[in-house]
Design a protein around this ligand. Structure first.
Ligand code: F6R
Length: 242
């Protein structure tokens, strides 16, 4: 299902409302979360929404999609830091209820296995929030990642490192690898909300619209899922058929 709004602000408000509704219906929900520029206004609206009450977020459990390999949680560009700044600290979520892949783990394979297993042990994700890369990645599942993969370490594509260079002092500082939830884990979520805003997402959203499930376009895996909402602003929807 597509939901198309005029502005990024309306997209963010709608998405925040969807998250708040899920938390209201199930206060101990397990949420899959994303980072990135698209999510900053979403989390700002969500914090506002939850601070108005009466929805209680204190019993939530969250699992983020991904983390850079080799960035300490205190690094200002780590996704742990991003989440603290934009959501966790502002909601006062307890540290033991929020999870990100451990990009500093010595035994990365064991850390990847444990991450997917801990989601399943809690009964799976009630809702997975996703952004999309300009190359169609979801999480950091880059083009040609097998849809059957669970959490794994992946090299970042040149495109993704270029796109994310804007967050770093110097683009060469963008890590070369990340640890990401796999597409198989993502597809096990009961509900998925993918958000894309801005003109730079228009081309990939049109490609996704026309694509069958195809590992060359990771987000096309979502076509195999029965409960996906794609939330766009006019700019990101500009190349969809009218
Ligand atoms: C981030 C993530 C990525 C981003 C995507 C879009 O946790 O999983 O897939 O959602 O790279 O990033 P922005 O929103 O910065 O365009």
């Amino acid at each position: 299902m597509y939901k198309i709004f005029d502005t990024q602000d309306e997209v963010s408000r709608y998405t925040a409302e969807r998250l708040a509704a899920r938390i209201e219906a199930k206060p101990d929900a397990v949420l899959g979360l994303a980072t990135g520029g698209t999510m900053e206004p979403v989390y700002a609206r969500l914090v506002e929404r939850l601070q108005q009450g009466p929805v209680d977020a204190s019993r939530l459990t969250t699992f983020n999609l991904d983390e850079y390999v080799g960035l300490a949680p205190t690094h200002t560009q780590s996704y742990r830091h991003f989440m603290g700044q934009h959501l966790f600290d502002r909601l006062g979520l307890p540290g033991e209820k929020v999870h990100l892949p451990d990009g500093m783990a010595e035994d990365r394979d064991a850390a990847c296995r444990a991450y997917s297993e801990s989601i399943r042990a809690l009964g799976g994700l009630d809702l997975q929030l996703l952004g999309i890369g300009t190359n169609g990645h979801i999480g950091f599942n880059e083009p040609h990642t097998r849809f059957s993969r669970r959490t794994h370490v992946t090299p970042l594509s040149a495109q993704t490192r270029r796109d994310n260079g804007r967050f770093f002092r110097d683009p060469s500082e963008v890590p070369t690898h990340a640890m990401t939830l796999g597409i198989r884990d993502i597809l096990e979520a009961r509900e998925i909300v993918l958000v894309a805003t801005g003109a730079k997402k228009a081309r990939i959203m049109a490609e996704l619209y026309h694509s069958d499930p195809d590992e060359a376009l990771p987000a096309s895996a979502l076509k195999q899922h029965p409960n996906v909402t794609i939330v766009l602003d006019r700019e990101a929807a500009a190349l969809l058929p009218g």
